[in-house]
Write a protein that binds this ligand. Structure first.
Ligand code: SF4
Ligand code: SF4
Length: 437
């Protein structure tokens, strides 16, 4: 695509980067066929190609964002299916991240939208605040129908609907500390405890630590780590996202210098995509660029790391049929496709793959709160495809998908690692009904 940025505009490294991305796009439109919002809404402006044109126009003309571009960029899930499909290697992720930061700086959202976004950015990254908010959500349940009737308050209704009826108790797995390997130590890793995941399902990190230590890996939960910044990054709150990234880079760098790390284990694929991008996000910060690049190289989804270990044969094969839902951040963001399925099969499960596996379930960070209608349509489509497999349960590697699909499907849904841990002698996943139920 031809661009006409001035030399002055290109002096801004963010614009310079976006110009390089824009030039790679050849307008072929292949990406439209796999874009969930285009497939759902049928509007070119809700396709990757349409959004790329809108972003180009805004950046090239040095314009503030307007309502039209905000509408279509807000509807983008950042699922990155377009990046998997694009034959020209267009880095849509970095382009839309730049557009979102530009929108955040130049556009004044209506008051209700501003309030909801500020609330999410304040609450979600902090486990303590999130836990309290989930408990308070029970008091808000009687107002769901009212919020649903007021268009600007629909996100509040969506938020209340997603809140679980019971908040699990705090887990020791979320506290900083060391979990030594059983027997001879074969490696040392750090684990990201995260923000929303340990509150919604602490069993995921518990299963990860339990399995890895049984396999001879020392696991450390570093002091000072916290939210990866993905949730605010996708809202265009660049400085808040970079502050989270720097804090985590510091925490993991201390561990690297103390005892060395073979990997930084991430059990939420949405966070994994962002941490693997820290090197890019902090490339312009001389104090962090190198350290962030090292952290990004060490970041591994737990399944990506597990396939590098010498796994024993499982004590028995359950033969349970599992529908594997590949989160967008797993398959498109991190290009991890084969490992989770191979591990499940090796652990004795029969893996079923739903149709339209490339399409997002509509979770996408805070998307299911901020765009509840499109999100619900995608969820319905996803649940139908999953249930059509005839599987007895669902496995996935992202807490957002677990919450989203779990809110509409009668099938039990658990994290892939919980099933693998269970198959190798760990605890039965909390999300599975008791055997005699
Ligand atoms: S990230 Fe997903 S929703 Fe956004 S343009 Fe690409 S395919 Fe469409
Ligand atoms: S597939 Fe790639 S090159 Fe083709 S229109 Fe989409 S982003 Fe541009």
């Amino acid at each position: 695509m031809q661009t006409t940025f001035t030399a002055e505009q290109l002096a801004d490294p963010h614009v310079e980067e976006s110009e390089k991305i824009l030039r790679k796009c050849v307008h072929c439109g292949f990406c439209t066929a796999t874009c969930p919002t285009y497939v759902t809404l049928g509007n070119e402006l809700d396709s990757p190609r349409g959004r790329i044109y809108l972003i180009k126009d805004m950046l090239e003309n040095g314009r503030a964002a307007d309502e039209q571009i905000v509408t279509h960029i807000d509807r983008c899930l950042s699922c990155l299916a377009c990046m998997t499909t694009c034959p020209s290697g267009v880095n849509y992720m970095h382009l839309v991240d730049h557009a979102r930061a530009h929108i955040n700086e130049t556009y004044t959202r209506p008051p209700a939208d501003r309030f909801i976004r500020s609330l999410l950015a304040f609450v979600l990254p902090k486990p303590g605040r999130f836990r309290l908010a989930l408990k308070l959500a029970r008091l808000g349940q009687p107002f769901v129908a009212f919020f649903d009737r007021v268009p600007s308050l629909k996100p509040l209704a969506a938020m209340l609907r997603l809140a679980p009826a019971v908040v699990p108790p705090k887990s020791p797995a979320s506290r900083p500390g060391s979990h030594p390997a059983e027997g001879v130590s074969l490696g040392r890793v750090a684990i990201l405890t995260g923000c929303a995941q340990p509150v919604l399902d602490p069993g995921i990190n518990e299963a990860t630590i339990s399995l890895l230590t049984r396999l001879g890996i020392d696991v450390v939960v570093p002091k000072g780590e916290g939210c990866c910044g993905a949730l605010v990054h996708h809202m265009g709150r660049e400085q808040q996202a970079l502050a989270s990234a720097r804090r985590n880079v510091d925490a993991w760098t201390r561990e690297i210098e103390k005892g060395g790390l073979d990997a930084i284990i991430v059990t939420t694929s949405g966070c994994g995509t962002t941490i693997k991008d820290y090197g890019f996000m902090l490339r312009l910060d001389p104090a962090y660029a190198e350290k962030a690049k090292r952290v990004s190289e060490l970041a591994k989804d737990v399944t990506e790391y597990l396939v590098t270990l010498d796994l024993p044969e499982p004590p028995e094969r359950s033969g349970l049929e599992v529908a594997y839902h590949s989160a967008c951040s797993m398959q498109h963001g991190q290009k991890i496709v084969r490992q989770p399925k191979e591990l499940l099969a090796r652990a004795g499960f029969i893996v079923r793959e739903p149709r339209e596996g490339h399409l997002c379930c509509g979770s996408a960070g805070t998307y299911n709160i901020l765009q509840p209608e499109i999100s619900a349509r995608l969820r319905e489509r996803k649940v139908k495809n999953i249930e059509a497999t005839g599987a007895a349960l669902v496995a996935t590697g992202n807490i957002g998908c677990i919450t989203q699909i779990g809110s509409a499907s009668s099938l039990p849904i658990v994290h892939t690692i919980e099933l693998i841990d269970w198959a190798y002698g760990g605890k039965r996943p909390r999300g599975l009904p008791a055997p005699d139920a």
